[in-house]
Ligand binder design. Sequence first.
Ligand code: FAD
Ligand code: UQ1
Length: 450
Amino acid sequence: MAGHQTIGFARQARALLHKLGFQPRNTGFREFHVSPNCVSKEHHEVLVVGGGTGGITMSARMKREVGAGNVAVIEPSEKHYYQPMWTLVGAGAKPLNRSSRSTASVIPSGVTWIKSRVQEFDPDKNLVRTDDGKEISYKYLIVALGLQLQYNKIKGLPDAFNGPKIGSNYSVNFVEKTWRALQDFQEGNAIFTFPNTPVKCAGAPQKIMYLSEHYFRKTGKRPKANIIYNTSLPVIFGVKKYADVLLEIVKARNIDVNYRLNLIEVRSDKQEAVFEKLDHPGETTTFQYEMLHVTPPMGPHDVIQKSALVDAEGWVDVDKENLQHKKYSNVFGIGDCTNLPTSRTAAAIAAQSAILSKTISMVMKNKKPTHKYDGYTSCPLVTGYNKCVLAEFDYNAEPLETFPFDQGKERRTMFHMKADIMPPLYWQALLKGFWGGPGVVRKLLHLGMK
Ligand code: FAD
Ligand code: UQ1
């Protein structure tokens, strides 16, 4: 009886609000309650957490699957960034404002945008809690939170970015400082770092180095520049075919590569960068710099790490073939926040999104997912202002190339693809859920042989 009265009251209240001209913000709300402790509750059939590359792409695809009114995306930021452009922004080849659009403009029409930050996952209750006190429940959850940049793990950062001679293409706040440092450079060491953690776009730390080298040549500063790549890794790149090409390039351009060095401190007052020697615990080495490009340590967001969704390293624990969560069958992950054992890129997300759509569609029909992600990822290794080696590979670190020519060569066409074709492909096709990676193109160009 009391229940009927509550429903009756809710209906009357809705009718009154309707008469007064208030429209519910979306048709996906099943019910809206305000409980005594003021936690507001809402429910969505498909809830996407994170409105970056993976989140917007999956929102568009899920809109096609279940209708816009049944999809919501939680994203706190007013702006969406096309991060791959920052390589060119840091080198002064594109303006920063070309890399962003408003979040409102990329959320598929009709999909609900919840402008909050997720604070807690409660997958046993099928809900998340946000920083503004909402409990949002779901039938299906897609986690697309990206990763966190950890500049503060390096002593002296991020404060050193307030001064000159240092930049970082990985952050919207520091990418323009790279271009400033490049222009200010007169003579001395230009140092580029790669941290001792997983990163997104593992080629980006060295792309800016090749662009800088080219810039110094163009401006006559090259003879006075020592270009140094200090990487925590034991190799220049994880795929042998492309590593061999890059080793030839660094040799030909007189670039010093030091392996197993990890940046731990920046002394901006003395322009010194301190590195730990990973193969000699306890030992450090200090370099004077005239320009320093920092690739920060990266890791999973705290909110994910403390949740029940993660593996031992703190990444969202998904099946590497179908992207379904290993424990919670109504939870899925895509992109940088997951433990998919491939290189974290937007290109990888394109291929993942096609598989994940099929997985979710099957799960919704109570069927077993059958489509399999092969780990496809791609890294356009920009090696100058008009050159690029287009690396594409799979879970086995085996090349998986789209074009019917040897991509292990620097090419002008591949540079134009990176600089001029990828941005519209991203905004117009990937984010709208129409680009599932180049698999189909590859098959066509290789006459079905690959
Ligand atoms: P993101 O796009 O980072 O999105 C995560 C979203 O989650 C963000 O919008 C964030 O605001 C939101 N979020 C965070 N915390 C919360 C929370 N608590 N609650 C709700 N929302 C939250 N890829 C390529 O394919 N090719 C390239 O050439 C390339 N070059 C790159 C160069 C650089 C310099 C960089 C930085 C990246 C590059 N990438 C490249 C990588 C690519 O940009 C990323 O892999 C991709 O954008 C990751 O997408 P994502 O959805 O996983 O994360
Ligand atoms: C890609 O699909 C993609 O996502 C849209 C990128 O991110 C911007 C890329 O950098 C690359 C290289 C691809 C792969 C696309 C082709 C045509 C090889």
